[in-house]
Structures are given as structure tokens and as C-alpha cells.
Design a protein around this ligand. Structure first.
Ligand SMILES: C[S@@+](CC[C@H](N)C(=O)[O-])C[C@H]1O[C@@H](n2cnc3c(N)ncnc32)[C@H](O)[C@@H]1O
Length: 256
């Protein structure tokens, strides 16, 4: 399918909290990072997190009284979202669906806000795949509804070339220390498939090290390309924090 993810997250789902920053670990902390957009939503707004990962944002949105649907391409990620919602006593509907499959599950113009956050969109295959994914998200928004997207600054990432990023400290989660390593495979051309290998080495109680890793494919984009692809999908950029020197940015775009 156009835009489909070609590699998993089913393994990383088991250790995903080692990849989330300390400041965004809980649903309340995660959703607080988006307070400037959620504050304008009507009570009981209908919202979709279409790459929900382990569910912190979806559960946080439910905690604000919103009607929340959480979807993701990875069955293991969807399951983690369900478990977090159960543990938190939050009402979150879940569906395993890639962006290209969303129209099979929801009517057009269903949502007041769609979130695609945490470096997810680069998994859509190239410009065509990205365009198709943004089109799927756009169709689900009511007129005036907003897409909230966060992204790495790929201009910066590409300028550094292929490399290894080894965490400079252990990350402690659930009483266990873990070391996180990112291996970046940067292709010669922007349009080519790039890869990120993510490994989490966890120190077990008996001192042994349990490593879980996954090789993820991604297709980077320049900020300018993203802006024009949003426009082609019927989404007008209202707000952007893009800064050539900053590692990441948030874009908020309205359905025309
Ligand atoms: C880096 S994680 C971000 C998860 C979460 N949004 C966060 O901020 O922690 C990227 C997520 O995008 C999902 N994903 C990748 N390709 C997708 C696709 N084609 N359709 C829907 N979700 C996809 C992955 O399964 C993964 O959960």
C-alpha cells in the first residue's frame, strides 16, 4: 500500500518508555506539551492520535474530557495504548490502522483535531506516501479542524551524515537502567530510503544485558516540502515553530 510503513515498532513497543524523555513520561505531562492547541477545543471534542505509540498523548487527551480515538500501524503499540488506558481508567477507542487505512474506519470530517506527533510522518514512503498520509488525515478533519504534527529537523539530521549516537547516561524506567543507541544511515539523496536503527540495552537483575533493537526505514523531507504537501492536502499552516537551528518543530495546520 502507498505510504505503508515497511518496518515494525513491534519490538520497540516493549521498551518504548526508554525512548521517551523524562519530561513526557506520563499522560498528563505529554498532553501538557500541547496545551496551546488543546485549550481552544470545545468540551468533549472528538480527537484522533493517528500514530499513538504507547498511548501517553491519547490517554492525556481523554483526561482532559475529550472523546479520543488512537490508531497506529503497529499492533503491539495499539495494545500498549489499550493497557495504559485501562490502567489509567481512561476511555480511549483504539484501532490498528496505517494512515492509508483510516478511511476504512472513519467517516470524512469526523474529528476536530488530528495528532501525528513524535517523529512518525517520516515513515511514510517518500513524497507520494507522505502526500497520501496527509490526505488521509485531512479528510478526517472537520472544516476548521486542525492537524498537529511534530517532526525532526531533517535538514540538521542529514547535515550530520551517517553516525552512531550513544546515550551519555543510563535511562532508568521501572527500576531498570537502559542505554539507548541510535544508528543513522543517511542516504546520498534526500529522496532515497534512510534508516534508523534503535537499540535499547537493558541491565537485568542478574547483571546480564538484554538488547532489543529495530531497524526502521524513513524518508526525510525539508520543511518547505512539508508545507507545500500540507497545502496540497487542503491544510493551511496556522502556526509553525520551524527554526533551521532547532532539532525539531511543531506545525499546526487547519482544514480549509
Ligand atoms: C516514533 S513513534 C511515535 C509514537 C508516539 N506518537 C510518540 O510520540 O511517542 C512512531 C509511531 O508511528 C507509527 N507508524 C509508523 N508508520 C505508520 C503508518 N504508516 N501509519 C500509522 N502509524 C505509523 C509507529 O508504529 C510508531 O508507533
Amino acid at each position: 500500500m502507498e505510504g505503508a510503513v515497511v518496518t515494525g515498532y513491534d519490538v520497540l513497543a516493549e521498551v518504548y518508555e526508554w525512548l521517551i524523555s523524562d519530561a513526557k513520561l506520563t499522560p498528563a505531562e505529554f498532553v501538557a506539551a500541547f496545551a496551546d492547541v488543546t485549550c481552544d477545543l470545545p468540551p468533549h471534542a472528538q480527537v484522533l492520535d493517528c500514530s499513538c505509540g504507547t498511548g501517553q498523548l491519547a490517554v492525556g487527551l481523554a483526561g482532559l474530557g475529550m472523546r479520543v480515538v488512537a490508531t497506529d500501524a503497529s499492533a503491539a503499540m495499539v495494545r500498549r495504548t489499550e493497557v495504559l488506558a485501562e490502567e489509567s481508567g481512561a476511555s480511549v477507542s483504539t484501532v490498528r490502522a496505517e494512515w492509508g487505512e483510516l478511511a476504512d474506519h472513519f467517516e470524512d470530517a469526523t474529528f476536530d483535531m488530528v495528532f501525528c506527533v513524535g517523529n512518525s510522518l517520516h515513515h511514510a514512503k517518500g513524497s507520494r506516501g507522505r502526500g497520501a498520509a496527509l490526505e488521509s488525515m485531512s479528510r478526517l478533519l472537520r472544516r476548521g479542524g486542525r492537524l498537529v504534527l511534530t517532526s525532526r529537523n531533517w535538514e540538521l539530521v542529514r547535515s550530520r551524515g551517517s553516525r552512531l549516537d550513544i546515550g551519555d547516561r543510563m535511562v532508568r524506567r521501572h527500576g531498570r537502567d537502559g542505554l539507548v543507541i541510535y544508528r543513522w544511515e543517511i542516504a546520498a539523496q534526500w529522496e532515497q530510503e534512510h534508516r534508523i536503527e534503535i537499540a535499547v540495552g537493558q541491565v537485568e537483575e542478574d547483571g546480564s544485558v538484554l538488547v532489543r533493537s529495530e531497524l526502521l526505514s524513513c524518508w526525510p523531507y525539508r520543511y518547505g516540502e512539508l508545507e507545500s504537501e500540507l497545502l496540497s492536502a487542503g491544510l493551511r499552516v496556522d502556526k509553525s515553530t520551524y527554526d533551521p537551528e532547532a532539532e525539531g518543530y511543531v506545525v499546526v495546520a487547519s482544514k480549509e
